[in-house]
Design a protein around this ligand. Structure first.
Ligand code: SF4
Ligand code: SF4
Length: 178
């Protein structure tokens, strides 16, 4: 501390000129800069009302896909979970019973399918690993939440809307409205 005091050196402050003491020129200069910027194109946007176009390589929220008849494509093979480097995917398989042919495309389906969004790194490997075109990463952000549990997305959140019952929601999820 003492060494610091010895090394400390008083710096004389340059006295303000008469012109500087007026302050008015500096205020006017500042206002001119602000005024000039108000006619320039804004670099910001009014998010969330406005959004920017995504990069073609953007990977957002996952969607569990259906076929054209609305049947769930996922056959609970587990390949996406094996490919996932973050171990974010869990599922439980079930066997399709008679009368469920219009719900599930294959004889086996995912009774439970969950992705932990806090673990996910949006690498897209699950999509690449899927042999049934049953999962893809959309252009939707993962929304925020107040609890850790709220970031575990199940079939309610992941499953794409039914193409016949909700064609608008289906088209939107597929990005067909853009
Ligand atoms: S995007 Fe990557 S990290 Fe996320 S669930 Fe799929 S494989 Fe796992
Ligand atoms: S999403 Fe695809 S890879 Fe994953 S369990 Fe379903 S069918 Fe298999």
């Amino acid at each position: 501390m003492q060494a610091l005091t010895q090394r400390a050196k008083a710096v004389d402050r340059k006295p303000m000129t008469w012109w500087e003491k007026l302050y008015l020129p500096s205020i006017l200069k500042g206002m001119a800069i602000t005024f000039g910027h108000s006619f320039k194109k804004r670099p910001t946007i009014n998010y969330p009302e406005e959004t920017r176009p995504f990069s073609p390589v953007f990977r957002g929220l996952h969607v569990l896909n259906r076929d054209e008849e609305g049947r769930e494509r996922c056959t609970a093979c587990g390949l996406c979970a094996v490919a996932c480097p973050a171990e974010a995917i869990t599922m439980e398989a079930a066997e399709r019973i008679e009368g469920e042919e219009n719900l599930y495309r294959e004889e086996k389906y995912a009774a439970k399918y969950e992705i932990n969004m806090l673990r996910c790194i949006f690498c897209g490997l699950c999509e690449e690993a899927c042999p049934k075109d049953a999962i893809y990463l959309s252009e939707t952000f993962a929304p925020s939440n107040y609890t850790r549990k709220g970031f575990i997305y199940g079939k309610d959140e992941l499953l794409i809307p039914h193409p016949i019952q909700d064609p608008e929601g289906y088209a939107k999820a597929k990005g067909l409205n853009n």
